[in-house]
Design a protein around this ligand. Sequence first.
Ligand SMILES: Cc1cc2nc3c(=O)[nH]c(=O)nc-3n(C[C@H](O)[C@H](O)[C@H](O)COP(=O)(O)OP(=O)(O)OC[C@H]3O[C@@H](n4cnc5c(N)ncnc54)[C@H](O)[C@@H]3O)c2cc1C
Length: 490
Amino acid sequence: MESQRRSNPQLRRGICYANDGKQQERSPSVIVIGGGMAGIAAARALQDASFQVVILESRKRLGGRIHTDYSFGFPVDLGASWLHGVCKENPLAPVIGKLGLPLYRTSWDNSVLYDHDLESYALFDTDGNQVPQELVTKVGEQFEIVLKEANKVRQEFSEDMSISRALSIVFERRPDLRLEGLAHKVLQWYLCRMEGWFAADADTISLKSWDQEELLPGGHGLMVRGYLPVINTLAKGLDIRLGHRVTKIVRRYNGVKVTVENGTIFVADAAVIAVPLGVLKAKSIKFEPKLPDWKEAAIADLGVGIENKIILHFENVFWPNVEFLGVVAETSYGCSYFLNLHKATGRPVLVYMPAGQLAKDIEKMSNEAAANFAFTQLKRILPDASSPIQYLVSRWASDVNSLGSYTYDTVGKPHDLYEKLRIPVDNLFFAGEATSMSYPGSVHGAFSTGIMAAEDCRMRVLERYGEWDLFQPVMGEEASVCVPLLISRL
Ligand SMILES: Cc1cc2nc3c(=O)[nH]c(=O)nc-3n(C[C@H](O)[C@H](O)[C@H](O)COP(=O)(O)OP(=O)(O)OC[C@H]3O[C@@H](n4cnc5c(N)ncnc54)[C@H](O)[C@@H]3O)c2cc1C
């Protein structure tokens, strides 16, 4: 359906045949912009429903914020690595189950606070002394009491405020909840983990919305062999143009015209826009006519957080046999944590995961300096640590293809912005994690929005041309076949 600097014959044919009754030759066309999980899910569904689909992807690879790297000789994920909600209700369960991809469950918890069970942590202070496990548990319980008190603050104040402001109010009112010394540092570590979930600092997270996200049951499972096989499977047989950065989208009553950086023009009946919120915020894609004000407001008001991964590959394992190593400190900014991939994959790998301002600051460093920074944190808790033999560093905030890691609710903005971002504008359909009301910031959320955008697009084209018999249901019967997930540990 591609057309270079001329109108699309398929498009012309489509409209023409709709009028003269030659249904069998009519084939509606859609351009999907962005080859991440949302774009691929939309393209797959539309192609399965007999649409002509092309994916325009700016990078030289598919997957977007799913980025499995194989340079260590085995898979490691620089972007998403957990399936949040290890259950058959998870929209990704059918494909993961059918591929037989193993998961390693790190927690059964369904709140946004703990994607790791408490007993699997080992926390240390900056002098390398391990924090007694009873203290970790006790402070964890205290943190939950503090959050319950913060909930009371939420109910009292009509205005929204940040999590950090709410915590200050709680500590002013309940000095008995204030902690000193090591216990205070452990509390800061819990706060740091919470900030990690949102990829944002507590002074920017909305008190009103922080726990409004819907979590699927079944806990959190690491994709032991990486997320990429899911992308590759869904992308099989699709027309994908890598290295095609979209710069302009023109929408008219009878179709869309999409311009790529090198000047190539694609036209189709409709477009699915599945680029990250950060890219929409940067306005690097021009819309003609411009997007309505309510859509622009949603783009401006949703927050994009930053989380990065510094992946350290060692010769041997020299650290304790726990899933998470943490460093506690006076402030949440000074705290840090390492995911021990050895538990899940058997490889001698630790993943350092800074978020918020710390992640931003580390992105200013060279890759080598960033890896050194992570290793220095490790040395503080394990002074005999040997140097890594290889490392990988992600830069999700400065990468022009993402401009951030994932979406979160900022202070004072309504939670329905996700839905506003999703609502179509004429023949433009929006998908991506930031358009998911229920599961923002997640892979399965991105997948669901791709399916939703495809369905909306299909309905619109059918309404317009009235040719119901031509199409298959968007999700073929195959997708509903249930194959159990392969889960280890619990
Ligand atoms: C470090 C990190 C850890 C994470 N961990 C998890 C996790 O464990 N579990 C989980 O569920 N989620 C996690 N997430 C979130 C998850 O990765 C995302 O929610 C999801 O992958 C987003 O998919 P998407 O399709 O919406 O966007 P993307 O995957 O970002 O896809 C958008 C695509 O658009 C392309 N693009 C950008 N601009 C243009 C343009 N102008 N023209 C054409 N193409 C363009 C991009 O290159 C990209 O391929 C994590 C994210 C990060 C960064």
